[in-house]
Design a protein around this ligand. Structure first.
Ligand SMILES: O=C(O)CCC(=O)C(=O)O
Length: 296
């Protein structure tokens, strides 16, 4: 199906393989993520837990004026008169990410127990949480996560959690299947660190270029409240353009073995975060120049 993706119309498959049938088999899960690069789990979370958090997030957004007046709060319809992009201030915003109802999902038993079994030991999550309030016309760029959080173990996973149903027009996450096996990309871009190298962070502005040049194909699915998708640090992904009038509320959070080294930028009471990348005065190398330097 052709879907709007950054500034292109892209053929995106709308089917992803579910892994619910192998949930109690960590070896099979490990084998699958090594092959596919992701695990889609339907209904991992209790819907009530998701909707409780959703309501509280929506209340905060409504108090800021982001929800269209006289519309049902839980629909999350964006107020077109809101003066700023919807994503402003949501990522890592403690007012939202420290809410007990939010933490009850992203640090709750279903996900922590999943990672304990999957990783074969006690798991922990980064203290910093990326909560996204992605409004109309938003979409995230194409990247590997490793370039943003690769200073600890590489046995690290992202989990994308929708706080509500996400239809195709709400800009769901989109994965480049096969990109976990792009050896030359892994060996160059995949060894970067945005704070050290001051690169753009994303790998391309053109989803079609990726598949033409490196192979793979783009895929997404619709999500229901309670579903999660877990993926490796080396799976290229982005999000589609949100062409609806709603705010897409999702979190992406990170999990690893508690005993392994952790990227210090994302831990503690006040995680340091990106201390150089895109900070004032930072000279960011252009995408074109980075790609030339990497020879890809
Ligand atoms: O939700 C999005 O828009 C992008 C998510 C993402 O980049 C991630 O989960 O690492």
């Amino acid at each position: 199906m052709k879907l709007p993706f950054l500034h292109q119309e892209v053929d995106v498959s709308t089917e992803l393989r579910e892994s619910n049938d192998i949930l109690d088999n960590p070896d099979a899960l490990q084998e699958r993520i090594a092959t596919d690069g992701y695990l889609l789990i339907r209904g991992l979370h209790d819907k009530d837990a998701i909707f409780t958090a959703r309501r509280q997030i929506m209340e905060k957004l409504a108090a800021k004026g982001m929800i269209a007046p006289n519309t049902p709060l839980m629909d999350g319809i964006f107020n077109p008169n809101y003066p700023e992009p919807t994503s402003t201030g949501s990522m890592g915003n403690k007012e939202l990410t420290q809410m007990p109802a939010f933490k009850a999902v992203v640090e709750g038993e279903p996900i922590m127990n999943f990672f304990k079994a999957f990783l074969g030991g006690d798991a922990r999550t980064f203290d910093f949480k990326w909560l996204r309030t992605a409004g109309p016309q938003s979409g995230s760029p194409i990247h590997y996560d490793i370039v943003f959080m690769g200073r600890g173990t590489q046995n690290l996973y992202s989990c994308w959690t929708p706080f509500g149903d996400v239809s195709l027009d709400m800009g769901p996450i989109v994965l480049c299947l096969g990109s976990n096996l792009f050896e030359e990309v892994r060996a160059t871009y995949g060894k970067s660190d945005v704070d050290r190298d001051l690169i753009e962070g994303h790998f391309s502005d053109k989803p079609l270029e990726i598949v033409e040049k490196f192979g793979g194909h783009w895929a997404t699915t619709t999500f229901s409240a309670g579903d999660v998708i877990i993926f490796s640090m080396f799976l290229m992904h982005a999000s589609l353009v949100n062409t609806s009038d709603k705010i897409r509320i999702t979190a992406d959070t990170r999990y690893q073995l508690a005993a392994e080294p952790i990227d210090e930028r994302w831990v503690g009471e006040k995680p340091k975060g990106h201390y150089a990348w895109k900070q004032q005065g930072a000279q960011i190398e252009s995408l074109e120049k980075s790609r030339q330097r990497w020879g890809i």
